[in-house]
Design a binder for this molecule. Structure first.
Ligand code: A3P
Length: 292
């Protein structure tokens, strides 16, 4: 693995974060990204993996659609909202008209410096970590850049230890909470979108300064439901299955509380203890499930 600091056969560590050995992104690229030129109208979508990135990508693409007559009719959300640190699929450096939208999984200290200096708009989506863990477990069986976990038990422990792609969920969420006064950041809870989708879209539009009509907001909501995205090739990433980047589709269940189908009672108790210990008294209220 050359001079990389290995975590496993598919991951290396750089500044507490685990990156992909099989991707082309290397520490020098991460350093260079700090100087990526930020435009004042840029929007950043930031998530820990499996927290609703693709969902918010679709929402932002719909909200910003009218501002972008340049977007081709068949452009995928991935090309519209490129992944800043991705090197295998997207090209984040392609010229794009303002206002640009990027997505990233990077922690605050690795973001381009202009994100803070220019106080550009950052949307941070977070999700209860038990469901993130379960979603991640399935994704690790799908994404060819990751090693499929030996067992759920193994992956459970790796997640708690932060030995997974992008490192610790706990650190990611804590770091963004701590950075809330330095960044121009809007927090969105995945489960709140499940509970009151329209309400969350309205709040998001207010943050983005987009004064959309009720009709357009309805359209954003209708085109961004799980059901509607699942059949939309611009939104569902199915092309990555067809091109062998993913082994399974990523629009899996889209629910809150699926962890109950995977955690044992003992695992749940252990998780709760680790959560308490790691999150301390941060003012965070997870929504662990939504009864249907
Ligand atoms: P599950 O695996 O629990 O189904 P990310 O985009 O950050 O990788 O997150 C993927 C998770 O978001 C998956 O969760 C996926 O199903 C869910 N998701 C994607 N689009 C969604 C939508 N429109 N509504 C609810 N969940 C959605």
């Amino acid at each position: 693995m050359d001079s990389l600091d290995p975590v496993s056969s598919c991951l290396f560590k750089y500044k507490r974060i685990n990156f992909l050995v099989k991707d082309k992104l290397r520490p020098a690229d991460l350093e260079a990204l700090q100087h990526f030129e930020i435009h004042p109208t840029d929007i950043f979508l930031i998530t820990y993996p499996k927290s609703g990135t693709v969902w918010m990508q679709q929402i932002l693409a719909q909200i910003m659609d009218a501002a972008h007559p340049d977007w081709a009719e068949d452009a995928t959300n991935r090309s519209i909202v490129p992944w800043l640190e991705g090197r295998t699929i997207d090209n984040p450096f392609k010229e794009r008209p303002d206002p640009r939208i990027f997505r990233s999984h990077l922690p605050p200290n690795m973001l381009p410096l202009g994100v803070k200096d220019k106080q550009i708009k950052v949307v941070y989506v977070w999700r209860n970590p038990k469901d993130v863990l379960v979603s991640f477990y399935h994704f690790a069986h799908s994404w060819v850049l990751l090693d499929a976990p030996q067992s759920f038990e193994d992956f459970f422990q790796q997640f708690l230890d932060g030995d997974v792609y992008m490192g610790s969920w706990f650190d990611h969420v804590k770091d963004y909470q701590k950075a809330r006064d330095q960044l121009n950041i809007h927090f969105v809870q995945y489960e709140n979108m499940l509970k009151d989708f329209r309400g969350e879209v309205v709040k998001l539009c207010a943050f983005l300064g987009k004064d959309l009509t009720d009709e357009v907001i309805d359209h954003v909501v209708e085109t961004s439901t799980f059901k509607s995205m699942k059949t939309n090739p611009k939104a569902n990433y199915k092309d990555l299955v067809e091109t062998d980047h993913y082994k399974k589709e990523t629009m899996r269940k889209g629910k809150a509380g699926d962890w109950r189908n995977f955690f044992t009672v003992a695992q749940n108790e252990h998780f709760d203890n680790v959560f308490k210990e790691k999150m301390g008294n941060l003012p965070l209220t997870c929504i662990w499930e939504i009864k249907e």
